[in-house]
Write a protein that binds this ligand. Sequence first.
Ligand code: ADP
Ligand code: GLC
Length: 479
Amino acid sequence: MMRKVLFASSEVFPLVKTGGLADVAGSLPGAMCALRQDVRIILPAYTEVLENIGRTRCMARLDMPQGEVRILMGSLPGTSVKVWLVDYPPFFARTGNPYMGPDGNPWPDNAERFDLFCRVIVEIAMKRTQLKWKPDLIHCNDWQTGLVPALLSLEEQAPPTVFTIHNMAYQGLFSHSSFVALGLADDLWSHDALEFHDQLSFIKGGLVYADRITTVSPTYAREIQTAEFGYGLEGLLQHRSKYLSGILNGIDTDVWNTETDPHIIEPYSVRNVEYKQLNKKALQQSFDLRKSDVPLAGFIGRLVYQKGIDIILQAIDALVQLPIQLVFLGTGEEEYEQSLLHFARKYPGRVAVNIGYSESLAHQIEAGADLFLMPSRFEPCGLNQMYSLHYGTLPVVRNVGGLADTVVNTNAETLESGQANGFVFSGERPDDLVQSLRYAVKLFDNDLVWKKLQITGMWRDFSWDHSAREYIKLYDQLD
Ligand code: ADP
Ligand code: GLC
């Protein structure tokens, strides 16, 4: 029997994306479908999604307290994976991102918006809609879907749920008055339920009530059970540790493929990794960096504390002496953006910065850079270090979360065993990063060793197939 899985996410690439969750939701369902699962994605019908999805059909109309909600069906562009959209224009027909308005502030009605999203999923799960397709299991992702397991716990004969944590730093916390306004059952207001220090916590709905909890790397699954990474929820996670596991994300090897990447100047592969050099030259040119042979290190990401961007900023003066060139692509906190622009002015030709969001530039940086900087303070999985490994761009990372699970530090022993594929440091002082890069820059002169490191990364299988099988094994436990 083909299992029917409803995969719920608040963002899905290429329909709408703010970070890695979209990449996962855009490729894991397809990988599971290839393994004979019938997976459908559900997400809100934001304006941007409706613009990107093409043709849709209305499959059902639901009478919710807010008014009529339509379920539209379309498919994930370029695939046959079916997508259901929860269409309620007063909540989702807005320009801006799924969580914030153009002014950078969270939408004031986020609790109501994602409560409605969850309640519609519950209606589908409980087969109370006109839809003919009935899910056997609901796979929820992050706090925006956290109320689903909580609400299903109040129903008879509800299907089982899996809740995947992509980031413990975002919990969906709202006031007690929101809890009341949402009309949630009184029983849910307790420390054992949705209450967290007098606030309503959406993520707790997943952590307390889901049948299985997963997170996106084995190391992060251990880390979140400690005070340093658990944000006060470590006790709950320890309590549920029997049901908690880490499954490493994969990457979409159709979108990230050095041989077919439409965004890059020169295709390359393990057979001719030296062609990567042409992409480096093109990158230097487009960013007004000097045409020089010094190693070029890239950074792509949200400019927030999580990503350790402040560690890089404090290290820049020392880094440019190594010597090294730096290229940054990102948006985020104003202070970090301004500071990056300051260094671009201070070191013209050596430090280049693009404050913005661009899929195309992200591909060009991955293909053109020699090194990739990812000194994250915490990193549930991280996709960019995997894109880097796949593109022969050696990652320089802190030993946390998914970074620790994918990057093997280079030293005499790991070089000898053929496992080395990048540079891993601990500590969070700028000098820890500088030391690691100093070593990398030294190795860069040794063509043979460098090529060996690149090829080790490029050979590793990061496709979704393996992880998809792990999720299916987990689903099997719930049949
Ligand atoms: P997170 O989800 O914490 O932001 P990940 O490494 O899992 O981190 O995923 C980030 C994703 O977003 C990657 O696909 C990355 O390339 C992309 N990304 C982040 N910032 C930018 C940007 N400014 N331009 C293009 N892509 C970006
Ligand atoms: C989150 C995490 C990131 C992870 C992504 C996809 O945004 O910050 O580490 O790769 O989700 O799971």
